[in-house]
Structure formats: C-alpha cells, structure tokens
Design a binder for this molecule. Sequence first.
Ligand SMILES: Cc1ncc(C[n+]2csc(CCOP(=O)(O)OP(=O)(O)O)c2C)c(N)n1
Ligand SMILES: [Mg+2]
Length: 328
Amino acid sequence: MPELAESELLELYRRMVLLRVFDERALVYHRQGRIGTYAIAWNHEAIQAGATFALGEDDWIFPSYRESPIGLVRGMPPATILQWWRGHPSGWWNPRDWNVASICVPIGTHVPHAAGLAWGKKLKGDPGVAMVFFGDGATSEGAFHEGANLAAVMQAPLVLVCNNNGWAISTPLSAQTHAKTLADKAVGYGMPGVRVDGLDVLAVHEAAHEAVERARNGDGPTFIEAVHYRAAPHATADDPRAYIDAERVQEEREHECVGRFERYLREAGVLDDGLVAKARTDAEDAMRTGIAEAEAEPPPDPALLFEHAYADPPPEIAAMLAKELRHG
Ligand SMILES: Cc1ncc(C[n+]2csc(CCOP(=O)(O)OP(=O)(O)O)c2C)c(N)n1
Ligand SMILES: [Mg+2]
C-alpha cells in the first residue's frame, strides 16, 4: 500500500473517473459523428492515472494515442483533446503549456523524444523527469530500442511505461516477442524492469513512484510493464470479434479498474455514494462543456493543411487549395 493520504486517494479516484467518462463520452460523440476516429482507452485508466500521479507539475508526459486524454490529469480542458480528435487546430496545444508532449500516433517514435528531453534535463541540472507511454506492440519498433538504450547509456531521468494490453490491433503479444515478459527487455538495456497488474492503480502508482524517485536521484531510467488485456476495440474503426478472445474480454470487463478501486476505497471508508456520484457528475459536466466549446469553434482554415508542409507549394497543391477556398 503506497503512502497516500485520504485526500490523495480521492484525487486519484477523481482522475480515473475523469479519464473513464472522457472515454465513454468520446465514443458516443464518435457514434454521433461529432468527433473522428477515436482510440478507445477504456480500462487503461489505472495505468494512466496511477503512473502520472507520481509526477510533479514540472515533469513531462509523452502520450501515445491510447493516452490521448492524459492532459486531463494536468487540468487540460476536454475541449482541447476533443478538438484533436476532430482534426481541429485548436486541439494542437503547445507542449510547454502543460508539459504534455503532442499525442504520438506513429508507434514508438516518441520514445527517443522523451529520452532526449530527459537527457536534456540531466545536462541542464534540472530535477525534472519524463514519462513515456507506449504499448506492447511498440516494443518491436526500432525507435523503442533506440530511445530505451540511449536513456540507459545517458542515465537519463526517464520512466518508460509499457501498457501491455496483449494486442497491437489484431496482432497478439505472442507474435511480438519470444521473451517471457516485456519487463525482461530492461535487463538488456541495463535498467530495472518492473511488472505490475495494470488494473491495480495502487500497484501502478507504487512502481511509478519508485521509478520517478530513482530518475530524480540520478539513477537513470526504469521500464514498467503494466499487464492487462484489451477489453474494448482498438479504436472506433476496429471490429475485434474477428480475432479476440471474447470470454477473456468478458472476464476482464468484470474486473475493470475504476470499479475495483471504487470498491477498495468504499471498504476503506474513504468513499461513499455522494462522492462517487459527484466525481461522475463533475466529469460528465466537464465533457458536456467540452463538446459544446469544441463545436462552437469556427471551422479551421483549409490552407492550414498545406501551410507547414511546403515552402514552395507545387502548382497542383496551389490549384487544389484555390478550388477548396472557392467551394469553402
Ligand atoms: C510506425 C507505425 N506502424 C504502424 C502503425 C499502425 N498502428 C496503429 S496502432 C498499432 C498497434 C500498436 O499496438 P501497441 O503498441 O500494443 O499499442 P496499443 O494500441 O495496444 O495501445 C499499429 C500497428 C502506426 N501507427 N505506426
Ligand atoms: Mg497493445
């Protein structure tokens, strides 16, 4: 049991509920045609809230698409993240404003970015650390290896959080690695590797807390493997019935992480019906405001599509743009 005060346990719970409600509402907004394709984060809340709870405000978070709502734990408005999924420029936040890097869609390419930022902090004598989130599939990518290796060689203050949900879209973990566990990979980089239950928010938090302390004390990176089983489709564009173990999904859904933490806190006398209802209502209100704010934004300028892509736009692009602007 990590040393957390009652108020901290409640804040951790509130953050999990915020992430859960964001995910549930985002799926509905997608079905209603109000946001684009959405990567479902359902039952990843224990990993996201638990790991980031170990960070200070000056530490950096590097999310993948699976952690798209993670800025919420720093107070980022839901509208910003919804706009990102709407492909609207008001969803492109400045990473410096929140110490949250851009959501990374290419698999694993943000691991070297996070390693570089962490190394830079070390070189400057800045006590901050970086935490990077990626999936089991990302551990097969060169960028993961390069980032993990560089961080270890430089003893950079980096925490690598691997969300092992057992699947990379339809590719099972058994097709990613012959290693017994993903945490075993840490040995090859010369860093500690820890394996935790990804649905136990306190276990994730404890592992992250130890890793952050280690990083801050100059003892380099840690690899955390948070193990669970993806209990929702990969994204709104996926139909997992073609490949997933439906019974296992059912079992996993019955042990989902928000309810599990809620039961624990009720038994400990920390949480009651009133607080549960308030956490949910507050989160739902925040989402209602968020989608209203997002939809109130004027549509983006189509010229933005090309503005940062070409110094000298080829003639066909210029023609396309002129046509787009005419038909607006
Ligand atoms: C470099 C790269 N290759 C392929 C893809 C297509 N792709 C999108 S999600 C995904 C699966 C990644 O699985 P994992 O790393 O386990 O993360 P999860 O989605 O399970 O959180 C793939 C292959 C991509 N986005 N980037
Ligand atoms: Mg995965």
